[in-house]
Design a protein around this ligand. Sequence first.
Ligand code: PA5
Length: 362
Amino acid sequence: MTALGSFKMKIDLDNLDLVAKIDRSDMIGAVNHFPDAFKRRTDVMVGELRGGRSGIRSLVLMGMGGSASAGDVVLDWLRDELKIPALVHREPGLPGFVNHGTLFVGISYSGNTSETLNAFRAAKSRRAHVIGVGTGGKLSDLCSQLGAPFLEVEPALAPRAALGQLIVAAASVLENLGLVRSVVREMSEVGAELTGLMGQFRGQTPLEKNPAKRLATDLLYHFIVLYSLQRMSSVARRFKNQLAENSKELAKYDILPEACHNGIEAWRGSTRSMLPVIIRDGDESAFERSIVEAFKSTISSVAKAHPMEVRLPGRGRLARLLFPIFFLDYASVYLAILKRIDPTPTELIEEYKSRLASRRGR
Ligand code: PA5
């Protein structure tokens, strides 16, 4: 605990009036709405593709920040089904393989993110099949100019609060083009299950019965180091981002078993405030379980803080990704409130964007 923290009065997360005074734009309410997008029916028609679906030989989901998170989740969810190489791309330039056989889905909540717009234009000039996803902005205008499909999603409090609708839109594109099986049923089942989970995590549920509030309390005053298997990395990365944007908390994430071969050594030099948090997958193979357990017991022998685990079992792949995301989204907002920080504003992201725009003369 920092010296400052120990003198401050602790925030009571069950005092809803006080919480509302800190969470002025109601980010908790936005998290409560996360399940809704999966329950709505989305009719996506992206039209006929030149050369048909067999003409698509690679997939790029492009976005930055909260919009890219949707691409991460979609690929972690559907990676076993996709029979073409696919990646989430996060920079203005393009890898060499992008060509007329690439499906390039530009995801931008605002539609105005310069890195995404730049890559989108570049993909079009390489004759890739381009599709835009977002709420409008320049991306929507660009799609109209180019005669490319644009999928409009429902607005939310912030890009990160639109994760549900961005996932649904991107997955629906893949389904519509026949690149994956039908995803509608799995999405609506998960939506209903998420609504069932909400009762445990929402603001009205007191700390003693609320695992998200308890996790936030445990995380306070720690540098959080997240670990997960590669196929759960969308969850770890999302939580790292939510800790930054909602809680203004620096955290990092690393992937297992790769971290067992390098990052593990750094725990020798760890301090009491460095907290390892392992995000587990309910569907680990015996080999994977052994990896995670061997990692955990190795770092436990040297780390000053005992590793914590996040485990939210679900029946299908999408549930095993979205349940922990939902839980950890709440935890990041509660952590902000414990720190007396309004979780919604992201002034430095805005400042970066306007500095970038003025340097690029726009
Ligand atoms: O969460 C955020 O606000 C950011 O990470 C944005 O998503 C990011 O800056 C990209 O903006 P957009 O999602 O509008 O393309």
